[in-house]
Design a protein around this ligand. Structure first.
Ligand SMILES: *Cc1c(COP(=O)(O)O)cnc(C)c1O
Length: 400
């Protein structure tokens, strides 16, 4: 046994598109000239500068179009994390004289949660709303949490771990009625489900390039006209004074092209991914006893599969899948590697030991029906083997 050499898997099936996606060839092609001849600084007045400025503004239109915004309401940033930080810190400090209360949820991405925790240390009061067992936030809970001091509500659109799509339109309507600024992190939903910032009544919306086949290190914050923000990076007057720093021209060009393609392909691709998603979910629940779907059964991102498989550890399944060429994730990419189970599953009321056996598989452009069938062929025997070896053995109580 010990002398047996590990075979390199013949298949490579990437099922972690919520962690990041590859840059698509069209996007790379659009970017390349801006690493070469078209190297200008978009703030310069000469022809090199004008060429870069034109490219940035063209990209701004493409990003705006994806979320039905006005291009003048798009601020380019270094990604989803910076956009969330700018939205929360920027609004908190701009509206500090009006009140110090912020409403968010317990299932936000850490870019929002950790920023809220940091704002608490600076004297703001934050309400972290619970969710139901499907990871859904009830607009009634939002309504109940509003006080005369509430200045900001931040609730994500598509949940990154369990895929639940939150009732953003209803929450936006509430926020508007009460004159409260509303931010939504739409990093996972942009390009996957239609977004209309006006229909949804959001004042600020976060998007990121590398989750939709654009380059890493670039994103945007939609800022509704009239919404004030205290800039978090000060310097030049870039991005309407809200985000200083020379624009990442190649990154922005790539992001714009990724948005254009995502918008064009959205109706067809979301249908295709939903079908693959449902095939994978149904297959796992049918073939693996004691497996449970996490997240909402229907109000769900088209590319998200999240299951808990009882009596096995998520990390062990990941390693075994990796040996067979399948790249998945347990919980979120940011928490895997740590022993704490996902804060999202815990907020949904999933017991610790069940949360430890969770597996997230997020689909994308490269995935086919054959990929799904391969996973459905290799995963059940992995689970069976692990259960046989497991100290959590079926029916036995775990020690922790
Ligand atoms: C990935 C992600 C982020 C962070 O975006 P980066 O561009 O990687 O900084 C924020 N929110 C959600 C929901 C995400 O999935």
């Amino acid at each position: 046994m010990s002398t047996e050499t590990r075979k390199t898997p013949e298949r490579h099936i990437y099922l972690d598109h919520s962690a990041t996606t590859p840059v698509r060839p069209e996007v790379l092609a659009a970017m390349l000239p801006y690493f070469g001849d078209k190297f200008g600084n978009a703030s310069s007045v000469h022809r090199w500068g004008r060429e870069a400025r034109m490219a940035v503004e063209e990209a701004r239109e493409k990003v705006a179009s994806l979320i039905k915004a006005d291009p003048r309401e798009i601020i380019f940033t270094s990604g989803g994390t910076e956009s969330d930080n700018l939205a929360l810190r920027g609004v908190a400090w701009a509206y500090r004289s009006r009140g110090n209360h912020i409403i968010t949820s317990a299932i936000e991405h850490h870019a929002v949660l950790h920023t809220c925790e940091s704002l608490e240390k600076e004297g703001f009061r934050v309400t972290y709303l619970p969710c139901d067992r499907y990871g859904m936030i009830d607009p009634e809970e939002v309504k109940r949490a509003i006080t005369k001091d509430t200045i900001l509500i931040s609730i994500m659109h598509g949940q990154n771990e369990v895929g639940t799509i939150e009732p953003i339109g209803e929450i936006g309507k509430l926020a508007k009625e009460h004159g409260i600024i509303f931010h939504s992190d739409a990093v996972q939903s942009a390009g996957k489900v239609p977004i209309d910032v006006n229909a949804m009544n959001v004042d600020l919306l976060t998007v990121s390039s590398h989750k939709i086949y654009g380059p890493k290190g670039v994103g945007a914050l939609y800022v509704r006209k009239g919404t004030r923000l205290v800039p978090q990076a000060t310097g030049g007057a870039h991005e309407r004074g809200m985000r200083a720093g020379t624009e990442n021209v190649p990154g922005i060009v790539g992001f714009g092209e990724a948005c254009r393609l995502a918008e064009k392909e959205l109706p067809e691709e979301s249908k295709r991914l939903s079908a693959l998603r449902d095939r994978l979910i149904r297959g796992i629940l049918d073939k693996i006893p004691d497996s449970i779907l996490n997240g909402h059964p229907t109000e769900r991102l088209p590319h998200n599969v999240n299951v808990s498989i009882k009596y096995v550890e998520g990390e062990s399944m990941l390693l075994n899948l990796d040996l067979l060429g399948v790249g998945a994730s347990s919980g979120s990419a940011c928490t895997s590697g740590s022993l704490e189970p996902s804060h999202v599953l815990l907020a949904m009321g999933v017991p610790h030991e069940v949360a430890h056996g969770s597996l997230r598989m997020t689909l994308g452009k490269s995935n086919t029906e054959a990929d799904i069938d391969y996973v459905l062929e290799v995963l059940p025997p992995i689970v069976e083997r692990l259960r046989e070896m497991s100290v959590f053995g079926r029916g036995q109580k775990s020690k922790s």
